[in-house]
Design a protein around this ligand. Sequence first.
Ligand SMILES: *Cc1c(COP(=O)(O)O)cnc(C)c1O
Length: 547
Amino acid sequence: MAAYGLDSAVKLASNETPFGPLPGVADAVSAVLGGINRYADHTADAVARCFAHRVGVDRDHVAVGPGAVGLLEQLALAVAGPGDEVVYPWPSFIAYPQFTGLAGATPVAVPLVRQRFDTDAVIAAMSERTMLVLLANPNNPTSTALTATELDRIVDAAPEQCLVVIDEAYREFVTDVSVPDAIARYADRPNVAVLRSMSKAYGLAGLRVGFLVADPLVIAAVDACATPFGVNAAGQAGALAAFEQDDEVRRRCAIVVAERDRVARALRHLGVGVPVSHGNFWWLAAGSGAHPLAEALERRGVVTRPLDGGVRVTVGTPAENDRFLAALEACLNDAPDLLSGWTIATGQQAQRAARWLDRLESAMTRLASHLDREHPGRTAPVPGEDETWDAGQVWAHVAEFGQYWLGQLTAILDAASTEPVPFGRTRRDAGRIEAIERGRHDDPAEHLAVVTASAGRLAELLAGMTNEDWERAGVHETLGVMDLDDQLRHFHVGHYEEHADQLDSILHRSPATQAGAPAPSASAPVASPLERRDALWRSLDSGREPP
Ligand SMILES: *Cc1c(COP(=O)(O)O)cnc(C)c1O
């Protein structure tokens, strides 16, 4: 404020909670101040027991440290030294290179792809010299997260001597069911260690308390590297009091998550692409423009964190977030070239992503609304054919196609050449038919879980794409060259919408009343050539030639 002559400023730089300490915490801390002439319990045993109980592990699987970063330092010193390698994706948490260097080990930084960890590259980077793999999940600063499937692959591929550390400082903000709770998932894996922090969701950043959950052998080694009395009396009292406030923590996290998603949508509609955030912050992938952008925001009283490749902005209160949005818009109006170094979609491409993401979200809401409803009818036949489906077949298909088309889209984006990439399949595809037949009697709730997971991956992909990615095209066996909008309309977002339409159409309608009914259409009457083409394409998933 002094530097720029401002009356007020908001601090959105360090991923703290904007809501102040949890109720009861300041009192609990004050209550121990009368005894601070004495050392606190150097094992922080009461806090460790309480945490162990909460996450369902034995006490000897838990170390308490002065923040998760304190434990990271202890871990690095305990298990890595000169000649050893420490693998981590990059950009990630700035403490990782710092402690790798402090331990005298060799850093192996693995570049991200579309702001996300590259699972294959992380696996390829591990060797017989790798002692540690450090995975922030969600990642600071890019806000992206690994799914259980991706993490499983890394954990399974890790060499015997290597400890996989999953840093879950932002676990409480994760709403995507595909992103696992690593303590629960890897409890029986001695080569996995999980970090948790009281600094973010629990609002205790200034008191320094964090946890490591690992095999007792690892815990013993990490404890042996601790600075004695590193977790002080105030931190221990504060942590115990904060653990009493789970309802309030959940309430605050829900506000942060709603704001996170609201502002991410607003940013994209503003022409500023941001990855789908799984934490309490957004990543502005400004590339070389990170420092100028952070400075321009700071001149307008919004303090953010410029880092390697971008600017990290913490979710604040709704008013603080609106101030950030207004400041960013003003910065970009003044200096549009602040967007030029970005490594994620900007301008019209970001808005394209925004529109598809909005449609995807409402398609998912519509599909979910069908879960507990009766569907006595059948779908109308595809023109020119007599096959009709019951709801079970629709669900099985919707659950089956997401993963398939996601694979196709990824292949198009990852192709070495920018020429249209051959892709896709037809209605006669054996895998497609078999999956629909196999899944048609399964519980729709299970199908919906698969659909939600696939849609989540699609959303991440769309949000993380670059301007160049948006120029990609594929060439389909019968439909010819299709740009990404064509593909999204036909095989991805529009495809989910189409089957939500189908479920609508067979809701509460008996087969008798439906017989002979025209093909249902929940969309506007077909008019423009583009819409006619789309309607044609829909009927053409059959592999027949367009008339
Ligand atoms: C904030 C953060 C931490 C730090 O936690 P402390 O408990 O405050 O030390 C650890 N890891 C990541 C990825 C973080 O962003």
